[in-house]
Design a protein around this ligand. Sequence first.
Ligand code: UDP
Length: 310
Amino acid sequence: MRVLVTGGAGFLGSHLCDLLIREGNEVIAMDNLITGNPDNIQHHFGNPKFKFVHHDITEFMYVEGELDGILHFASPASPIDYLELPIQTLKVGALGTHNALGLAKKKGARFILASSSEVYGDPLIHPQEESYWGNVNPIGPRGVYDEAKRFAEAMVMAYHRAHGVDTGIVRIFNTYGSRMRSIDGRVVPTFITQALRGDPLTIFGDGSQTRSFCFVDDLVRGIYKMLLSREKNPVNIGNPTEMTISEFAQSVLELTESNSTITYKDLPQDDPKVRQPDIRRAKEVLDWEPGVQLRDGLAQTVEYFRQLKK
Ligand code: UDP
C-alpha cells in the first residue's frame, strides 16, 4: 500500500510510519512540526519508500500519485498543548479533517481518523463503550480538543454517507512510549522525567482519578488492523487495565528506583474522573487486544527517557 500519515512526525504518527515501513508499505509523512519532531522519523530519511512533506494540513493539501490509505493523526494531543494552541487544535480537527477527507475521496483511499477517548468527556458510564455519546463541556478549556474530535467524527461519517468514502474511526485511549516529549505535560513523560531527575512527582488533585494506559506498540498494531479492515463504526483502542494516578505514580517511582517525593497541585478544569476502554468491539471486529503489561512497556519507556538525558 501507499499510505499518507498526517502528523507523521508526532508520537503516534512516527510509530505508525515505522510499522507501515516494516510491513513493506510506502509512506508519506506530513507534518507542520508544531508539536511533531523530525528526529522521530529521521531513521527513514534516504529510504526510497519514505517521504516527508512539511505542510500544515489546515491549508489545501495535495499528494502526487496513488494513495491506498490515509491515517489522519495530525493534532496537538496533550492537554497543555491544546490549551496553548486552542485555535490550531480546532482548525486541524475541522479544516484539516475536511482537507484530508477530500484527498481520500479523490484518491479512493481508505481513511482512518485518530479520534479519542476525549469524545466521552468526563464520562457518566464506566467503562466507556462506543455506543456512549459522552459528557463534554463545549466551552471549557478542554472543549477545543474534545469538540474538534467530535466534529471530525461527524465529518468522517458525512463523507462516508454522502460520498461513499471508505472510512474508519479509532477512539484512542491514553497511550505511552518512546518519542513522547518530556515537556509535553502528559502524565507518563512528566512523571518519568521528574522521577529520573529526583524532582517531586506532581499529582493533580488527590490522585484518585483513573486512567488506563496502553503501550504504543500495541496501539499501532490495532490501528494497522483497522486500516486493513472495512470497519466503518468507531472502535475503542486502548488497554483496559485501569489504575488511579496515585497508583501510577507509585509504579513510576518503583521502576525508576527514584527517591522523588510527591507534591499535589490543583486538578485542571474538566479533568475526567475515570477512564477505561471497553474493548469488546476491537476484539470482535479487529481480533485485537493489547499484550504488553504496564511494567514492561513502562520499563522500555523509562529507558528511552534515560537515553534522552545523556
Ligand atoms: N496528571 C497529573 N500530573 C501531571 C500530569 C497529569 O496528576 O503532571 C493527571 C491529569 O490531571 C489526569 C491524568 O494525570 O488526571 C492524565 O493526564 P494526561 O495529561 O496524561 O492526559 P488526559 O488523560 O487527561 O488526557
